[in-house]
Design a protein around this ligand. Structure first.
Ligand code: NAD
Length: 261
């Protein structure tokens, strides 16, 4: 018997086999969870997600729903579809971020309002809006778990993270306010602050390879994190093993965050 048997989990943010959301989906599936996936409405993205999900047992019954988080109507439709198909929800995984290249690689003080607003909308506000819709479904299950993905740049200056650093700081703050509001409904809200992984989103941040070298050289564990390891932290936050944890940012970074350098 798996620790997630019968649990209904919505995964937002699978783009390809390197996506952190995919690592989490695999861990949840391994433990018996029922999964639903979203994809950005685009034929290529749809095919990618369908192909990956198609490799999992029980694929035929998995809801696959288009959703661009910048479109409130699509967000509403997503949760209405889940309500119609599942009636309730146990876990919501938010693994989404986007910023324009020039607002990541350029000079911090040159960030435009449009770029700032875009990064906030997709990467931070989307957690609030999706969680608002997820809440009644999680309540219908008697409570549940929401978690999102953050990065150390939310607290420390990381070169070339610029507009996304501010979005992550807001995301972690959103997470804490949601945790405070949703706690009485037995809904926990947390964040995983993951070490650098080679993904599509991370490729937009210049210097990822250098960050990964620094991890190997300086992180207490002297290595990089893997998709599987971050997926297992997701499983922990999704499951009852973390029943007394809410409003927390859990570092999945081989201890790098404790260092002063
Ligand atoms: N890769 C890393 O090093 C790393 C480290 C820490 C945190 N994170 C965070 O993990 C999360 C997942 O990123 P990833 O690294 O797995 O990369 P990824 O590119 O695989 O995932 C990002 C996802 O965001 C989705 N997305 C972008 N714009 C969207 C929109 N408008 N509507 C709906 N979905 C949208 C993409 O389709 C994609 O599925 C992000 O929040 C990222 O910031 C990544």
């Amino acid at each position: 018997m798996g620790m997630m048997d019968g649990k209904k989990c919505l995964i937002m943010g699978v783009a390809n086999q390197r996506s952190i959301a995919w690592g989490i989906a695999q861990a949840l599936h391994r433990e018996g969870a029922q999964l639903a996936f979203t994809y950005v409405p685009d034929e290529r993205m749809k095919k990618n997600v369908e192909k990956l999900a198609g490799s999992l047992e029980g694929y035929e019954s998995m809801p696959m729903i288009p959703c661009d988080v910048q479109d409130s109507a699509q967000m509403e439709a997503l949760f209405q579809t889940l309500k119609d198909q599942w009636g309730s929800l146990d876990v919501f995984v938010h693994s989404i971020a986007f910023a324009k290249q020039e607002d990541l690689t350029g000079t911090f003080s040159e960030i435009s309002w449009e770029g700032y607003a875009l990064a906030q909308h997709v990467s931070s506000f989307s957690l609030i809006e999706a969680s608002k819709h997820a809440k009644p479904l999680l309540e219908a299950a008697g409570g549940g778990s929401i978690f999102t993905l953050s990065y150390l740049a939310a607290e420390r200056v990381v070169e070339k993270y610029n507009v996304m650093a501010v979005a992550k700081a807001a995301l972690e703050c959103n997470m804490r306010y949601l945790a405070a509001e949703f706690g009485p409904s037995n809904i926990r809200v947390n964040a995983i602050s993951a070490g650098p992984l080679r993904t599509l989103a991370a490729s937009a941040v210049k210097g990822l390879s250098a960050f990964r070298e620094v991890m190997e050289e300086k992180a207490p564990m002297r290595r990089n994190v893997t998709l599987e390891q971050v997926g297992n932290v997701g499983l922990f936050l999704a499951s009852d093993l973390s029943a007394c944890i809410t409003g927390e940012t859990i570092y999945a970074d081989n201890g790098y965050n404790i260092l002063a350098v």
